[in-house]
Design a protein around this ligand. Structure first.
Ligand code: FAD
Length: 401
């Protein structure tokens, strides 16, 4: 009898962790990992590449460098559709791939909320390619000022003031002084505006911690507009509503970080989803499809304490990967699967290299200590999806820069 075939889609936190755990088990199955690129990237650090404080190579590594080729086959290809009733995946280049068990871990995409002009006139922050595009666009506009003397070249608008936006602003404001010297623009003329529709900033943290973080950025020159929904983007212009009036800001650099949704492949493949996320069963399988697991940003897991789904994070994606590997082994050995359980350890947001704010195991951290905690989290995650070698090469040991 041929071995059962496990196909894992996506080599982000969730997919790569699943495969790494499966490699450790002596499981009698063929394991195939599919990813559109031949590298894994740390999505949690994309803001560094977008702001230009780290190169893409610092937050990525070759997928095959952490795979055991005797146990896992890697296919570099793009998934275009999942035919769940035929147990087949359609790949852009290689065509059909059949499976006995499927793990869908295709991650996130930018959420535009249907606001006109977002795709045409701003840059999102969702993968290495878009993060590098953000950096090039920023650098080109700032460099252009020396010739154009157009103030819009020095105007940067960050759309949204969530976790990603705050981390991006932290890196950006860290880098600007050095960039001003290199590209010859007056740094005191740079205008950074962050526009948020919600009435409060950083609601995931206590008011005291959130205010501390926002104040750090205000001192570095960021202007926040809060409770001001963006209505439309036009070429080099952000239109927003303030006190019932429609207003505009001119900016040649417009970065879109208002939030993310799960991969659109999920909806296109006929799964019952909301914003690209499927509410999964307690063992992380999909209702009526016990051979399909859905994890990471394409999944929604109910938190029974708050009665709301857990936020999608790298932290939960890694835990899900671990659980799915156990449940796949159970299924293959004709044993019962177990319920996924999760207790968040906390969250830390960086504000540039030397400041962080967050909660770690019930305790609030801020400032330099916060930044050390953040670096430890990055290092731990690199070890989980990478290897000791990856950690030594890409880890954060520059505790002050
Ligand atoms: P991903 O990490 O996005 O991986 C998906 C993989 O699938 C990628 O390799 C992608 O190339 C591949 N893929 C996508 N589509 C296809 C396709 N069609 N075919 C083939 N391959 C495909 N979370 C935290 O816990 N802590 C943080 O501090 C934090 N900070 C963040 C900062 C930023 C700037 C951002 C953007 C996110 C942050 N997050 C954080 C959230 C976290 O990054 C995500 O929750 C996490 O990446 C989800 O993991 P995943 O494996 O589901 O998806």
């Amino acid at each position: 009898m041929s071995k059962p075939k496990i196909v894992v889609l996506g080599a982000g936190y969730a997919g790569l962790k699943t495969v790494k755990q499966l490699q450790k088990k002596n499981i009698n199955a063929e394991i195939i990992l599919v990813n559109k690129n031949d590298y894994h990237y740390e999505s949690t650090q994309l803001h560094e590449v977008a702001a230009g404080t780290e190169p893409a190579s610092k937050i990525s590594f070759a997928i095959t460098s952490v795979l055991d080729s005797r146990k896992v086959t890697f296919i570099q290809d793009t998934v275009t559709l999942i035919k769940k009733d035929d147990k087949k995946v359609i790949l852009e280049k290689q065509g059909e791939l059949n499976y006995d068990y499927l793990v869908i871990a295709l991650g996130f995409e930018s959420e535009t909320f249907g606001i006109p002009g977002v795709n045409e006139f701003s840059k999102p922050l969702v993968n290495i390619v878009t993060a590098e595009a953000c950096r090039n666009y920023l650098d080109q506009n700032l460099a252009n000022y020396a010739k154009s003397k157009d103030e819009a070249d020095l105007s940067i608008v960050v759309c949204g003031a969530g976790f990603t936006s705050i981390e991006y602003l932290g890196e950006l404001t860290n880098r600007l002084p050095k960039l001003a010297d290199k590209l010859n623009f007056p740094k005191d003329k740079v205008k950074i505006t962050c526009i948020e529709a919600m009435p409060t900033l950083l609601p995931m943290f206590s008011e005291k911690l959130g205010t501390y973080g926002v104040d750090v950025l205000k001192k570095r020159g960021v202007e926040f507009k809060v409770g001001t929904p963006i209505k439309e983007l036009k070429e080099n212009t952000v239109c927003y509503e303030e006190d019932g009036e429609l207003k505009e800001i001119k900016a040649n650099t417009i970065i879109w970080t208002t939030g993310v949704k799960g991969s659109s492949i999920v909806g296109q493949s006929g799964f019952a989803e909301r914003r690209g996320r499927v509410m999964v069963e307690p063992d992380l399988t999909v209702a009526d499809y016990p051979e399909i697991f859905m994890i990471g940003d394409v999944s929604a897991v109910m938190d029974t304490e708050s009665n709301r789904p857990f936020p999608t994070t790298a932290q939960i994606a890694l835990k899900q990967g671990e659980s799915v590997a156990d449940n796949l082994a159970a299924k293959i050995n004709n044993q019962a699967t177990t319920t996924f359980t999760y207790k968040p350890l906390g969250t830390v947001a960086s504000i540039g290299n030397n400041v962080g704010i967050g909660n770690v195991m019930g305790k609030e951290v801020k400032g330099y200590i916060g930044s050390i905690m953040k670096k430890n989290i990055i290092n731990k995650s690199l070890l989980e999806v990478g290897s000791t070698k990856t950690l030594l090469k890409k880890g954060r040991f520059d505790y002050y820069r």
